[in-house]
Design a protein around this ligand. Structure first.
Ligand code: NDP
Ligand code: GDR
Length: 325
């Protein structure tokens, strides 16, 4: 019999890639679909899997809907990818972020404990929990110091996962994933904002690109690679916490240079600094040590930042060309 998985955040970047990956492994894939006024399923359509997944109405802030979803699909594995995931918005909507990103994870853990304790659980933790870094290279042993309501909410969810593992024997894994991107990345995140602008500037429909702190450094990988690590964690004999990263850090400035170079342009001719995009508290640099994931999961990032930005710029060129036709 095929395995069953429930994915929250299935309409997001990672949810879509993970659903595709699980389908390729023969899983029956169910997704929790939050009610919105306009459709949110474009990523599932883009990957051509919308008709292959079962979408169940529900919201992370409504534990009754999670219980109903668990009883309906009886999953072997639950992947909690749903969140208010944009760091900048977490200062504008801290309570919503805490409810969805923090308490939402606890709602799932509690629902699993009560009605589906045999299910394995994956929590989408984040390098934002390291925030104001306490070690130059961050591993599973590095102390946390979150710098945003988002980071604080994720840290709560991380510790709740560890606590339910230790208190109730739940098979709960926490994947501390560093930034990962793709052509399906939300437009507000910096790599996609850049790749979209590069395409528009190259095609003559935009002139400048307004950015905030371009000296910030991030450890960027490809989302398609990273969802495989999520799955691998749940296939291990014991639940655990893993850092998933490339082990290379790059400034936003250098990422811009790479993206503009793809279309033969110089980023310095187009990027304008706009303090509107500065954050109240910045995470200046993140750099992960993925050794444990490599050793225990056999996982390694396969896509370089140059390949990733080329993939994203090319996809946006195609998209913008279609739009302006
Ligand atoms: P996205 O922002 O693309 O997707 C977030 C998903 O969560 C969407 O499907 C969204 O639904 C859903 N969602 C939001 N609020 C609720 C709610 N109240 N109830 C149910 N669903 C909700 O994020 P990513 O795919 O990039 O990231 C996936 C997860 O991994 C997130 O938890 C994120 O915080 C975390 N993470 C991401 C990293 C990255 O670099 N991408 C790195 C580390 C962690 P809708 O489409 O309706 O808005
Ligand atoms: P991040 O991603 O905050 O790391 O969170 P984001 O792409 O938003 O920012 C990365 C860095 O770029 C700087 N920056 C800008 N960012 C945005 N969005 N827009 C700009 O104009 C801009 N200019 C400079 C930021 O200040 C920051 O330093 C992402 C999310 O996916 C989280 O959910 C996830 O947990 C972490 O990655 C790991």
């Amino acid at each position: 019999m095929s395995k069953s998985a429930l994915v929250t955040g299935i309409t997001g970047q990672d949810g879509a890639y993970l659903a595709k990956f699980l389908l390729s492994k023969g899983y029956e894939v169910h997704g929790l679909l939050a009610r919105r006024a306009t459709p949110t399923t474009w990523r599932l359509k883009y990957l051509d899997i919308l008709d292959k997944v079962d979408l169940i109405d529900g919201d992370l802030t409504d534990i009754a809907s999670i219980v109903r979803a668990l009883l309906e699909c009886r999953p072997d594995e639950v992947y909690n990818l749903g969140a208010q995931s944009f760091v900048a918005t977490s200062w504008a909507q801290p309570i919503l972020t805490a409810n969805a990103t923090g308490l939402g994870a606890l709602n799932i853990l509690e629902a699993i404990r009560q009605v589906r304790p045999e299910a394995k659980f994956y929590q989408a933790s984040t390098s934002e929990m390291f925030g104001k870094i306490q070690e130059p290279v961050q591993s599973e042993k590095t102390p946390f110091y979150p710098r945003s309501p988002y980071g604080v909410s994720k840290l709560f969810a991380h510790w709740m996962t560890v606590n339910y593992r230790e208190s109730f024997g739940l098979f709960g894994c926490s994947g501390i994933l560093f930034n990962h991107e793709s052509p399906l990345r939300g437009i507000e995140f910096v790599t996609r904002k850049v790749s979209d602008a590069v395409a528009r500037i190259a095609l003559g429909v935009q002139k400048e690109l307004r950015l905030g702190n371009i000296d910030a450094k991030r450890d960027w990988g490809f989302a398609g690679d990273y969802v495989q690590a999520m799955w691998a964690m749940l296939q291990q004999p014991e639940p655990d916490t893993y850092v998933v990263a490339t082990g290379r850090t790059t400034t936003v400035r250098e990422m811009c240079r790479i993206a503009f170079e793809r279309v033969g342009l110089n980023y310095q001719d187009h990027v304008v600094i706009d303090p509107k995009f500065y954050r109240p508290a910045e995470v200046d640099i993140l750099l992960g040590n993925p050794s444990k994931a490599k050793e225990k999961l056999g996982w390694e990032a396969k896509t370089t930042l140059e390949e990733l930005m080329a993939m994203m710029v090319d996809a946006d060129l195609e998209r913008v060309r279609r739009e302006i036709k």
